[in-house]
Each structure stands twice: as structure tokens, then as C-alpha cells.
Design a protein. Structure first.
Length: 272
């Protein structure tokens, strides 16, 4: 639920109060994301490190002495596990833990409240357009953050495909392949297939590219407006109207691209 906005004297102060609540929520969202990423990251690293130590020890048992490696890896894994346990305990002790999605919902509600408040005050079109322009930095942050999210997923899958393909080829080419390496080959082949399938179906790279492209185009128009360079060389009201029109056109185009990417292959081929 969105934060209540305290009663203040004038309409301008009310809008500023709404803006303050929005900025606080934005800070909370960024902080919450860092907290959760650290929690899940340390947990994942600990689990993977334990699995890697176990597999390496079993695979090299009585053949290769990896005691020195384990002497470094095990303490580091324990430290990482201790950090994860500490973060998990802190998370469990929170009085009202909120997910990022809950905070984003509160942010959307707070922004809607601000827009409704502005609409009730019946501001002129020029002032609403200026408010719209003032919200562009947050729009850019959202587009770039979402693009980076898809880029990270794509890079992760591509790394699995590259490393898995090389590992599968190397393990399969060994003469007298041990039994455990056969299972490693099967696991790597499965991981490569899953990664290739997800990458091809969900098209993370294309989504990231289009989001970054839209963000760059919006930033280009915003910068041109601020500097008064073409096509924003007229009066300020005219430039505001033109900027709003261009940004909305870019957003509509981005939504169309997302809809095309969400369509199955047969649907896309039918629309060409």
C-alpha cells in the first residue's frame, strides 16, 4: 500500500509531497534490490562452491592431490556461507519484509496519485507536458535497467553454451572416458540444449537491444530539447509539445516490438 501523503496547505505543496514519496520509494527499491541480490548471490555461490568441491574431490580421489586447492576453497566457501546465513537471519527478522514487486506496485500507486492530484488541479497542457518531460529520467532508468537484465540473462546462457560445448567435446574426445565424465558430458549437453532453447525462444538479446535503442533515442531527444538544437529550435511550448509527441511515438514503437517478440514464430512469419 502506498505511503499516505500528509496534508499540506497548498496544491503545489501537495504535489511536492507526492514527489517526495515517489523519490523515497525509488531509493527503497534500489536498496531492496541490492539486499536481495546479495542474499541470493551469496547463497548461490555457496551452493555451487560446495558442489564443485565435492565433485572435484570425488573425481580426483587417489589420483590427484587437491588438498592445497581445498585448503583455500573450503574456508572461502565457509565465509561466503556465513555471510549468506547472516543476511538470511536479518531478512527473517524484518518486521515487514517487502519484495521488489510490492515496492514497485507502491511506486506505481504513488505516481498515479500524483497524476490524479495534478489532474484535479486542472493545470494547463504546457505544465502537464513539462511534468511529463521531468519524468523522462526515470523512464530512461527503467528502460536501461530492464535492458541490462535481459543482457545479463543472455550473456549467462551464452557462457553456458560456449563452456558447455567445449567441455562436452573435450570430455567426449578423451580415450577411455571414465564413468563420471560420461555423466558430466550428459549434464553439459543438457545444459547447452536448455540454454540454446531458452535463448532462441525468449530472444533476450533482441529484447535488450530494443530497450537500449529506445532509451538512447529518448535521451537524444531530451538532450536536444535541453540544448535547444534541431529539431527543438522553436518556442518552449512548441518544443515541449514536439518532445512529448516524439517520446510517445518511441514508447509505442517499443511496445509493438515487444508484442512481436512475444508472438510465436508462426505468428511473426504470418505478419511479415
Amino acid at each position: 500500500m502506498a505511503r499516505p501523503v500528509h496534508s499540506v496547505s497548498g496544491p503545489t505543496e501537495q504535489l511536492l509531497a507526492h514527489k517526495t514519496a515517489i523519490l523515497k520509494l525509488q531509493v527503497e527499491i534500489r536498496t531492496r534490490k541490492i539486499q536481495l541480490r546479495t542474499l541470493y548471490g551469496t547463497g548461490l555461490i555457496t551452493a555451487l562452491a560446495l558442489i564443485a568441491i565435492f565433485v572435484a574431490t570425488i573425481a580426483t580421489w587417489r589420483t590427484v592431490d587437491i588438498g592445497k586447492v581445498n585448503g583455500i576453497a573450503i574456508p572461502l566457501t565457509l565465509i561466503c556461507g556465513g555471510i549468506f546465513w547472516s543476511l538470511a537471519y536479518t531478512e527473517s527478522e524484518r518486521a515487514d519484509p517487502k519484495s521488489v514487486r510490492q515496492l514497485e506496485l507502491e511506486l506505481e500507486i504513488a505516481e498515479e496519485r500524483r497524476l490524479l492530484q495534478a489532474a484535479q488541479l486542472d493545470f494547463p497542457v504546457e505544465q502537464r507536458q513539462f511534468t511529463y518531460k521531468d519524468s523522462l529520467p526515470r523512464e530512461l532508468d527503467q528502460l536501461r535497467e530492464e535492458g541490462q537484465h535481459y543482457r545479463r540473462i543472455h550473456n549467462t546462457f551464452q557462457s553456458i553454451i560456449i563452456i558447455g560445448s567445449l567441455g562436452t567435446t573435450t570430455a567426449a574426445s578423451l580415450a577411455d572416458t571414465p564413468s563420471y565424465l560420461k555423466w558430466v558430458t550428459v549434464g553439459l549437453s543438457f545444459a547447452v540444449g536448455v540454454s540454446a532453447g531458452f535463448t532462441g525462444y525468449f530472444k533476450y538479446r533482441e529484447r535488450s537491444f530494443y530497450l537500449q535503442q529506445t532509451a538512447d533515442a529518448i535521451e537524444q531527444h531530451a538532450t536536444a530539447f535541453e540544448l535547444g538544437i534541431p529539431p527543438y529550435v522553436g518556442e518552449e511550448n512548441e518544443n515541449l509539445s514536439k518532445l512529448t509527441k516524439e517520446v510517445e511515438a518511441l514508447r509505442i514503437e517499443q511496445r509493438k516490438r515487444e508484442q512481436q517478440l512475444d508472438q510465436p514464430h508462426e505468428g511473426r512469419e504470418g505478419t511479415v
